[in-house]
Design a protein. Sequence first.
Length: 358
Amino acid sequence: MKIQKTSLHNEHIILNAKMAHFAGYDMPLQYSSVKEEVIAVRKNVGMFDVSHMGEFLIEGPQAISFVDYIITNDFTNLELKKAVYSPLCREDGTIIDDLIAYKLTDNQVLLCVNASNIKKDFDWIKSQISSFDCKLKNLSDEYSLIAVQGPNAEKVLKEVGIKIPENFPYYSIINNGLEKDKLLIARTGYTGEDGFEIFSSHAFACILWKKLKSIGVVPCGLAARDVLRIEVCYPLYGHELTDFITPLDSGLSWTLKTNRPNFIGKTFLSNYNPIYKLTKLSIKNGIPREGYEILNQDKRVVGKVTSGTMSIQDHKGICMGLIENKDIEKIEKYFINIRGVYCEANIHTKPFITGGHK
């Protein structure tokens, strides 16, 4: 498969970024150090090239009702210019992808999907649309996407001329016309901090990146992004979320609004008892990595780590893992098997880090 490049690829090369293949793209893994990039986002501001993400436009009189039908969260009752996070599920409740749906107008919806699932998502959505009066377009190749994240994100964007309304709420979006200059500004992100995602033409993205770099915004790579999202316990498709489990198995029960008339997977999920529970664990020494075994007090394997890292802020190993739900009440202690050493783990009921999003 041919490896693709984002519109900002040359900028990453100029900055001597360490590059890696991800979801079919040559993407920046890190620029300076993961620690420096994570701290920049938590304490100041950083920027990410996330142009590999997919964008679908759904247009027509029934665009809103169609999106409400294909996702598990409530989209019909969402205000205009607002967004919602949701799984995209099959009839058997298994997760095709997780996405953000933006309600642009009464007849326009933008979906932002994971890069690795663009074709799968588009084919699935297209297969469901025939009975609705709306059309689906894949605009993924037309948009670049820069995420500006951190407590000073709004300040630096205003400094480079990006107009942001006063009291612009979290999970909101404004647009300057899809056909004219492709500029959309969303107060969303994947770090837990305040921030914005700027959907734009490729040419504008290059201009914006250079402007932000010139005023000291720190470029950040995928490695820092992964640490940041694990610290605030955001799931990632292919790790916490897969084709084989449901939102109820993966800590996303809050995204299921079953009081709505109908959505794909409602019947199954309304009567489903979860097989797994997404659990948060930390250890004092060592780093829990994806695939490591999670054991109970009897050293019986009860689950596996789905994502793990060393927390930059807490200086300890942290992870999320899927635990068998059937005997979870009987588990008194957790251990993680790190290369044959059973490290006792502390369980957490809340994210490891409390982000600063609005």
